[in-house]
Design a protein around this ligand. Structure first.
Ligand SMILES: NC(=O)c1ccc[n+]([C@@H]2O[C@H](COP(=O)([O-])OP(=O)(O)OC[C@H]3O[C@@H](n4cnc5c(N)ncnc54)[C@H](OP(=O)(O)O)[C@@H]3O)[C@@H](O)[C@H]2O)c1
Length: 255
């Protein structure tokens, strides 16, 4: 097991990509807390599934956009798994798509508060805790998107948030490298989750032409990379944004 007894926190872990990461980390022997916002049934089902297999897992309800959430979440983690954190996965994210000239203040703020400001606050507290425990090398992993660089109409807010996540990752990696903490991001392409469902319905069977690998990605495709980045094998990788998209971002082939 690659993550035996490591303590991990995954934000947005009840569904989709985050759920895949929680499952994979438990399978690799980590003690995993995850944050979800509202879908308690999904969170409870995941906890039951993993505990039945002997996993150590805790679900914590919180809104990552709430400035007070990180302190409470880390306190609850401490009572479940003891002091300290080894792995933080900033995964919680939302879309509020719409053409820019009609984009409401609320749609802009919700995306930036969830995808960027929440990530900032969770990472700051986690990094402080990792500083205090220098014997355990810390891993910070954020889920970005290929949409940061390969932009779509109607996603100015989302692209801005994910582009900022990429820059945040590189800048923080430089600052924390000397402390033995790695900071990386994963940029998924189309992954089959609730978030991508509307787009996937629109694209329909043209997906084969869009994605060279001729299939939509799965949460497990992303979770495999999240396990690697959290494992000792990745200890010399920092400040990287790793694209996992079946070739989607390679663009249109030239003649
Ligand atoms: N799916 C894709 O194709 C794709 C592609 C590129 C990047 N991404 C990125 O991957 C990440 C996960 O996406 P996904 O497709 O798995 O999304 P999803 O299926 O919509 O699941 C989102 C998860 O995040 C939680 N969440 C959302 N807002 C939250 C908040 N304010 N506070 C706490 N938890 C919150 C949800 O909890 P509840 O269930 O309680 O609401 C749920 O567990 C996001 O950062 C997204 O931008 C996804």
């Amino acid at each position: 097991m690659q993550l035996q007894d490591q303590v991990a926190l995954v934000t947005g872990g009840s569904r989709g990509i985050g759920r895949g990461i929680v499952q994979a980390y438990c399978r690799e022997g980590a003690k995993v807390a995850f944050v979800y916002r509202s879908d308690q049934a999904a969170a409870d089902a995941l906890v039951t599934e993993l505990q039945e297999r002997g996993g150590q897992v805790k679900a914590i309800r919180a809104d990552v956009a709430d400035p007070l959430a990180p302190a409470r979440v880390f306190e609850e983690m401490k009572s479940a798994f003891g002091e300290g954190i080894d792995i933080l996965v900033n995964n919680a994210g939302v879309i509020r798509d719409g053409l820019f000239v009609r984009m409401s203040e609320e749609d802009w703020t919700t995306v930036i508060d969830t995808n960027l400001n929440g990530l900032f606050r969770f990472t700051r507290l986690a990094a402080e805790m990792m500083f205090r425990n220098r014997k355990r090398p810390g891993k910070i992993i954020s889920i970005s998107s290929v949409a940061a660089d390969h932009v779509n109409v109607g996603q100015v807010n989302y692209a801005a948030s994910k582009g900022a996540v990429n820059a945040f990752t590189r800048a923080l990696a430089r600052e924390l490298a000397g402390r033995g903490i790695t900071v990386n991001a994963i940029a998924p392409g189309f992954i089959g989750t609730d978030m991508s469902q509307a787009v996937l319905n629109l694209v329909g069977d043209k997906i084969d032409k869009l994605i060279p690998a001729k299939r939509v990605g799965t949460p497990e495709d992303i979770a495999a990379v999240a396990v690697f980045l959290a494992s000792p094998a990745a200890s010399y990788i920092t400040g990287q944004v790793i694209t996992v998209d079946g070739g989607l971002s390679l663009g249109v082939p030239s003649m």
